[in-house]
Design a protein around this ligand. Structure first.
Ligand SMILES: O=C1O[C@H](COP(=O)(O)O)[C@@H](O)[C@H](O)[C@H]1O
Length: 223
């Protein structure tokens, strides 16, 4: 794991967006299309604001979520809604986005179709992940009902997850799908998450799921 510390969240967002754009550009010089994995939640918005303005062949980029809360996009909890509002605008509006939520279906019902669409897009050229103070990343939650499967090296790309304290069911990329990414970044802010990151490094992934993806990751932190 590499830890990069920034003077403030604005510097972090700018630098991280540039690093991600560089890695996406490099991938697009080698292959016809490139996949970008992005998180939801409260942290990545400023990174999206900078990344969406970068000159890239966005029409050759496939954007998928690290995970989704099983709610329609009109719901404030929707990760897809965040991505549409903050990333898929400006130059990045040309990217292709694959949302996960399917109205009228449970995650389990939707999974076969989603797996068939997502698996061919992996490994991703670039993945950006968030982390909660409880040491979850994507929707790999401590005590999640499918955590064992999601941490398994043979796991499918996508796993349905329910976890104590989480209002909605989730779908999440498995740890294997995340760590296969060619360029893997984690964005965190605040002292509580910094302390959680340090704690996670001494714990097994069953207790601290983020530990499963840290080995080759670059963690970007600002207070
Ligand atoms: O529930 C989620 O949480 C994590 C972390 O979110 P944050 O609000 O603490 O930044 C996020 O990475 C994930 O995509 C989301 O579904």
């Amino acid at each position: 794991m590499t830890l990069l510390e920034y003077a403030d969240a604005e510097m972090l967002a700018l630098d991280l967006a540039n690093v991600m754009a560089g890695a996406l550009g490099a991938a697009l010089r080698q292959q016809p299309r490139a996949t970008l994995i992005v998180p939801g939640g409260t942290t990545p918005g400023p990174v999206f604001d900078d990344l969406c303005a970068v000159d890239l062949d966005w029409d050759r980029v496939d954007v998928i979520l690290s995970d989704e809360r099983w709610v329609p996009e009109a719901d404030a909890a929707s990760n897809a809604a965040l991505v549409r509002a903050r990333l898929l605008v400006d130059k990045a509006a040309a990217a292709r986005f694959l949302p996960y939520h399917r109205a009228g279906q449970t995650p389990e019902q939707a999974l076969p179709e989603l797996e068939a669409q997502v698996a061919p897009l992996l490994p991703a050229a670039v993945a950006l992940l968030g982390m909660g103070a409880d040491m979850h990343t994507a929707s790999l939650f401590p005590r999640g009902d499918a955590l064992r499967l999601a941490l398994d090296a043979q796991a499918p790309a996508l796993v349905a997850m329910r976890a104590p304290g989480q209002a909605q069911p989730r779908v999440t990329l498995s740890a294997q799908a995340l760590v296969a990414s060619l360029s893997l970044h984690v964005v965190i802010t605040g002292d509580d998450k910094r302390a959680a990151l340090e704690r996670a490094q001494g714990l097994p992934p069953q207790e601290a799921p983020v530990a499963a993806i840290l080995k080759d990751a670059t963690v970007h932190w600002a207070a």
